[in-house]
Design a protein around this ligand. Sequence first.
Ligand code: BTN
Length: 327
Amino acid sequence: MNVRDSLLKAFADAGRNYISGSALAEQLGVSRNAVWKAVKALESEGYIIESLTAKGYRLSGESNHLSAPLISAKVNASVLGSKIVVLDETDSTNNYAKKLTASEAPNGTVVIADMQTAGKGRLGRSFISPEGKGLYMSVILHPEFSINTAPLITSAAAVATAEAIESLCKTDVRIKWVNDLYINGKKIVGILTEASVDMEMRALDIAVIGIGINVRSIGDSFDAELSARASSIQDETGVALNRNDLCAAVINYLDAHLIKIESREYLREYRRRELLTGNMITAKVGSETLKGKAVGIDRNANLMIETENGIVRSLSSGEANLCRIAE
Ligand code: BTN
């Protein structure tokens, strides 16, 4: 690790405590002058570093700068986060991730951007991704599980993201089947999983899980139509989460669920948080609009809907493209 990254790791480990220049110099095996130069270099990159005479340095809690070493310092996952790529800007982190070759992107690589110019949502929609406000991340998997398990990935990511947010701020995060997370009735997270399949092996070749979280106050970045149904964690809870901490928490929770995805254990948490269940809903399936009561989530993360003639149908995420609570 170079001096810059070692310094960031030392700051991450120290948390809110100050560390003196001499302690840092000793820990990093460099001169105090080299520490001072590295601090100045970090400041010029946009990190906010507080210094107090006789106490030393610490990273400011106000810092909103995305940083691979700061994320890595908090990742304790077995597979995910083995490599972390942070970009200032890209069209879409999912697109960027899909363009990386296998050697550039080992299993568990995470690509994060401070803004996306063409963030993608489901069904060809866009995901508005303004600079510095959200966590836009894509996780690359070279999955070892069977193709039948693939539909579970997005719902496991929804549970992991809800748990990560709740671990950092006191709030209640709900899931609207299949991939949207809500706080106070407003959407704050969208998830788009894209996969390529090895038809001969009947296995998943690569899966890219794209997670978009509106973290900081949205201000005027959303138009009136979007503001009416979507919001951010800060706007709903008053808490300005640190995006590096949030990213590490998502990686840790997701890693834990993916390792045992075939056990479907995470579905218990999914069902507990799911918003459509128990409500009369309408679902668009192809050209047909189904009306019925959402009666639960089955073992393949499909939505079970009891139609007016008493028949229960299981809808997959690929099948139903719009589910609304009926008025
Ligand atoms: C949706 O709400 O329909 C899904 C939104 C998914 C957005 C995330 S942001 C990171 C990743 N990159 C993208 O272009 N999309 C996903």
